[in-house]
Design a protein around this ligand. Sequence first.
Ligand SMILES: Cc1ncc(COP(=O)(O)O)c(C=O)c1O
Length: 387
Amino acid sequence: MAAQRIFNFSAGPAILPPEVFERAAAAVRELGGDGHAKGAPGIGLSLLEISHRSQDFGMIHDRAVELVHEVLGVPKTHQVLLLQGGATQQFAMVPMNFAAPGSTTAYVDTGAWSTKAIKESQAVAAGGGRGHETAVLASSKDTGYDHIPALPEHLPAKAATAYLHVTSNNTIFGTEYEAMPAVDLPLVVDASSNIGSRPMGLERATIGYAGAQKNLGPSGVTLVWLERSWLEREVPAGVPNILRYASHAAKGGLLNTPNTFGVLVLGLVLEWLRDKGGVAGMAERNQAKADALYTVLDNSDLFAPHVPKAHASSRSRMNVTWTLGGAAEDGREALTKRFLAEAGAAGFSGIKGHRSVGGCRASIYNAFPLEGVTALCEFMTEFERRA
Ligand SMILES: Cc1ncc(COP(=O)(O)O)c(C=O)c1O
């Protein structure tokens, strides 16, 4: 009997295309002679045992960087770096490098992740930075982070503002910017959970970053892109070399040993993305998946979307979040438990909400198939009928 099909709704590390697993596995067994896994004769060595200074890895690295420009549309005015330390390290590196003396770093608070970024800006200032202020320009905390808050009409003066930082998609609450804010300030974007999912201008941010483990590859590699002119800026002497963008850029992105496997897989995912119609091609598929789930939630008396229909423009196409219980407050927890247990038994993996908020979450990144969403929608409808 065939094994039960499991649909992986994990928020990250997350599902990747089966073709990518195949090609990555081949490269682990033996790397193709063109520095790649496809077609070319093998080099007699695994990707995992070759030097990051070797010509073979150099080609893999350069190709991944080139694909970031080509497939994600990051302009050549920007330096692309494939770093370690996750998006979390970027929360600190950005203010360490770019919070100029006496300036203000501005943030929009859409919940965990942006709050972590805000805290790191404050920590950098407290820990021997150059005396910058951290300002939160907008927050949706008061309503449980159920929408993307609007920016105030009057923004701080450009001359005194180091940058405006936004989280383009909040993975935990399931909120997403419809479009990047049109502001006359340098924009820094944490695009970890919706990079490459639809055309929305992420690639044109002054600085952008994304942990790869959702839409781009495995954990342990972080895509960073930043305007080359910013690499010229003066950085305080106390900032260690490894935390300076300019030091990484000066060494062509290979300042120290990168996550060689992660870089290879990132390149393979971008090739897959390109072959599937690129970011624009993904947009339609991702919208159809999200629409199907929100339709079930909006028509249910049992399931309640975390982001209400009134805030539809803030709804994430990548992470759909909801709670159970309908009008009945009591019994909500037990019902949620039952739903998650039955969903797990039916082959829907990873739909438990983030530990900080509970409830349920379906993460439906680029590689997640529509048929898995359709199956979950049917399961939810049937569960409600029985509940
Ligand atoms: C939007 C967002 N930012 C930052 C992070 C933290 O990423 P990392 O674990 O790569 O540091 C996550 C992790 O899920 C995330 O979803």
